[in-house]
Design a protein around this ligand. Structure first.
Ligand SMILES: Cc1ncc(COP(=O)(O)O)c(C=O)c1O
Length: 417
């Protein structure tokens, strides 16, 4: 099914493999997604050979607003007239106004923030703050989690595919099954600095906890003097139909929250670690214990402020929920049509997955959907799952294209073609 690349693309792929690694290029080629990206606009990217691909993943939230959203482009163009990254030792109105806006969206008194460039770095800082504030070493995460690639973030991870080559990981880390309150109660000790969870884990096939789960987690943390870190890198910024995923669990206020990916709408690397005023006291003793030369760039702040203006309003979030339901009813029909192939599906806002009745089904679906011009990825912590997380601004016509492509891919799957 995959088209032979043009001579120009062949040479580019060869050079790319040489400089960036053969296996990455080959693996993407194998699933039909060795896209050499040129034009990118809205929900589509164009390969150098002219093939257009419809994005049904958004890099799990980086492109919540699609590619090159005009309002973000405009904000950056204006910013470029007078800004750069900014001097990280100096202050600026761009940083201040953005952090006011960002923490205006967070629950409780999470009013303080440190701006970073990546989600992983922001998780690392959350863990540093938790250890520094509590003077305890222990960090508990979920068996099914993914919180990033850097030292502390990676040490939360239970998947050997990510961690094996780098062992030993950091000491003090342990894991419990997600959504298992008794396991958490048993694991927590007076040495536990923090529990870190996502509000829902999409990397593991979209695990959605019961409504009262996080209230219980919060209570267990509070009664043990342990901080609760909520990783909103994927679930935040409108993806689940609320601005933050944790808002689905009424009244729960974490001590620390982490965001990234779509924070500046895919136009500038930007992420943040946000924390309560109490936790911020840690920085009174260690004001310069953590900083990065490129973090909290003023241009990124301008883009990120424009992103919040677009997403943080009722009409936008209502639309996310409506479109999520369009996908859900499509999945319902597909499950009736392919009962042997689809095990189940899950949807919350525009965070959706289809679970296949085959442990490695995600790989095959990935490849079949690529043949239909759709970019999605399987869940790396659960390869029976295909994640479908299109840009939040996707049009209904493109949702139908995704559902039709799923139909064709599932037909092939079921017919074993
Ligand atoms: C839940 C979660 N946390 C943290 C990260 C790390 O973010 P980044 O890739 O920007 O380092 C990711 C990345 O996919 C993620 O899914």
């Amino acid at each position: 099914m995959h088209k032979e690349p043009s001579p120009e693309k062949k040479q580019l792929l060869k050079d790319y493999g040489y400089h960036f690694g053969q296996m990455r290029v080959r693996t993407m080629g194998h699933i039909g997604l060795d896209i050499f990206e040129t034009k990118r606009e809205g929900c589509r990217s164009t390969d150098i050979d002219g093939r257009e691909v419809l994005d049904a993943l958004s890099v799990q939230g980086v492109f919540n607003l699609g590619r090159r959203h005009p309002k973000i482009v405009d904000a950056l163009k204006k910013g470029l007239e007078y800004l750069d990254m900014g001097n990280n030792f100096f202050m600026s109105k761009e940083k201040l106004n953005f952090v006011k806006k960002l923490t205006g969206t967070t629950p409780g008194n999470i009013n303080c923030a440190f701006l970073n460039s990546t989600g992983s770095e922001s998780v690392d800082l959350a863990i540093k703050i938790a250890r520094g504030y509590t003077s305890r070493p222990g960090i508990i995460s979920a068996n099914e989690c993914y919180h990033g690639i850097t030292g502390f973030a990676l040490s939360t991870n239970g998947n050997a595919d990510y961690t094996k080559p780098f062992e030993p990981l950091m000491p003090g880390f342990s894991r419990v099954p997600y959504r298992d309150i008794d396991a958490l109660k048993k694991a927590i000790t007076p040495e536990t600095a923090a529990v870190i969870f996502e509000p829902m884990i999409s990397e593991a096939g979209l695990l959605i906890p019961p409504k009262d789960y996080f209230a219980k987690v919060r209570d267990i943390c509070t009664s043990n003097g342990t901080l609760l870190i909520i990783d909103e890198v994927v679930t935040g910024l409108g993806r689940t139909g609320k601005f933050w995923g944790i808002e689905h669990f009424e009244g729960v206020v974490p001590d620390i929250m982490v965001t990234g990916k779509g924070l500046s709408a895919g136009m500038y690397p930007m992420a943040a670690t946000m924390y309560t005023e109490e936790v911020a006291e840690f920085f009174l003793t260690y004001p310069f214990c953590h900083y990065s030369s490129t973090s909290g760039a003023d241009l990124g702040c301008v883009a990120a402020s424009a992103m919040i203006d677009i997403v943080n309003n009722k009409e936008f979030l209502d639309e996310v929920n409506r479109k999520g339901k369009v996908l859900r009813s499509g999945y319902e029909q597909l499950k009736k049509k392919y009962p042997k192939t689809i095990d189940s599906y899950e949807q919350i806002g525009m965070n959706t997955v289809i679970r296949l009745a085959d442990d490695a089904g995600g790989f095959r679906m990935n490849s079949y959907l690529a043949d239909e011009g759709i970019f999605v990825l399987l869940s790396t912590n659960n390869t029976s799952v295909i994640r479908i997380q299109p840009p939040l601004i996707i049009e209904d016509a493109d949702l139908q294209i995704i559902l039709e492509a799923l139909d064709k891919a599932l037909f092939r799957f079921e017919s074993n073609l």
